[in-house]
Design a protein around this ligand. Structure first.
Ligand SMILES: N[C@@H](CCC(=O)N[C@@H](CS)C(=O)NCC(=O)O)C(=O)O
Length: 209
């Protein structure tokens, strides 16, 4: 398998899950701005939308879209507890969360990374939108659970962690959402997460366990 990624981007969630599962894979640091892979190929021929993640499976299929890739990876190890079994209510709850993270939380952060400086008024409204979405995460954690679906780390946590981890580069703080802040800190300590972050150059080698 090969994962096309950009350091710290949403593709980090697939990278984390690949590590959680102990799978063998290649990484390709893809230049989405120029549409080229690390190997010098035309990325648009591999994934016409030109964004990461894109996962090339061992059968040569190209999978795109975070929620689909994450569920594909979890399906490679059905006993891993990274996703509840298909066709159960618990699985639908997971899909509900993946959709929320993808279309609400992830997209709320988009304006911070558009490459255009935000006007002060825009920054206030975009930050408020992020805050509303983070409040939903905080509410999910209100009963003291460790992860979004309970006591097991799932693929939804991998994706939510990556997006919430953009708070600092966006110039935001999670201090107003203490359970979420602790949740992000807890996930950052997972060996699979540290390993992925080191491999993507986000934290120094010595910090990895
Ligand atoms: N709908 C896509 C969105 C993927 C996406 O937004 N990828 C971003 C990084 S987080 C990207 O590659 N953007 C192009 C770029 O940054 O040049 C998915 O869920 O996989």
């Amino acid at each position: 398998m090969k994962l096309h990624y950009k350091p710290g981007a949403c593709s980090l969630s697939s990278h984390i899950v690949l590590n959680e599962l102990g799978l063998t894979f290649e990484l390709d640091k893809t230049d989405t701005a120029h549409g080229t892979t690390q190997a010098g190929e035309d990325f648009l021929r591999i994934s016409p939308n030109g964004y990461v993640p894109a996962l090339v499976t061992d059968d040569g299929e190209v999978l795109t879209e975070n929620p689909a890739i994450l569920q594909y990876l979890a399906g490679l190890a059905p006993n891993s507890e990274l996703a509840p079994p298909p066709a159960t209510l618990a699985r639908v709850r997971l899909q509900e969360l993946l959709n929320f993270v993808s279309s609400e939380l992830h997209k709320a952060f988009g304006p911070f990374f558009s490459g255009k400086e935000l006007e002060p008024e825009q920054r206030v409204s975009v930050s408020a939108q992020v805050g509303r979405r983070v409040s939903h995460i905080e509410a999910r954690l209100a009963d003291g659970r460790s992860f979004l679906l309970g006591e097991h780390f799932t693929i939804a946590d991998a994706y939510a962690f990556v997006v919430l981890n953009w708070s600092e580069p966006a110039g935001l703080t999670l201090k107003a959402w203490p359970k979420t802040e602790a949740y992000v800190a807890r996930i950052r300590e997972r060996p699979a997460v540290r390993k992925a972050m080191v491999a993507e150059g986000l934290i120094p080698q010595g910090v990895a366990s």
